[in-house]
Design a protein around this ligand. Structure first.
Ligand code: HEC
Length: 123
């Protein structure tokens, strides 16, 4: 009798617990929906490497190590030049050499991105 009484209590307890667990389950609160706005493209680094590949690699080499047509464009090699100086070279070119002016061809932002790319990103 004692045991079956205990068993009975146990069953009641289990029933209460399971009914509580299954009953009246509140729907998960619809938390703030994470903003799904497309993040802006991770600017310049990739753009600059693309710009470089299209416009500059032919002479300065796909890995920026230089070719017979043009010198290497690496942070190491450009260390002694300021960004302003490098920008000037790209904008105006070097008269009398194969390095032409890129001012009309590339936008100011594109030239800036290229300057940062060749001056600061190791190939
Ligand atoms: C047709 C070949 C050619 C192309 C294309 C070209 N360059 Fe040049 N570039 C040269 C040559 C040759 C020189 C070396 C000029 C000199 O003797 O002063 C040079 C020099 C430079 C220099 C100066 C390097 C230094 O050591 O002072 C920079 C910076 C440069 N180029 C950037 C670029 C960028 C950026 C592009 C692409 C937008 C580009 N070049 C495209 C031929 C080219």
């Amino acid at each position: 009798m004692r045991i079956s009484g205990l068993a009975f209590l146990l069953i009641i307890a289990v029933l209460i617990v399971t009914s509580c667990a299954s009953g009246a389950k509140p729907a998960p609160a619809p938390g703030p929906v994470p903003a799904t706005s497309p993040s802006p493209p991770p600017a310049t680094a990739t753009d600059a490497s693309k710009l470089y590949a299209v416009n500059c690699a032919a002479c300065h080499g796909p890995a920026r190590k230089g070719t017979q047509m043009g010198p290497a464009l690496t942070p190491e090699r450009l260390a002694s030049q300021t960004e302003a100086k490098i920008k000037e070279t790209i904008e105006k070119g070097r008269p009398g050499t194969a390095m032409t002016s890129w001012k009309g061809t590339l936008s100011d932002q594109e030239i800036d991105a290229l300057v940062r790319f060749i001056k600061s990103t190791a190939p």
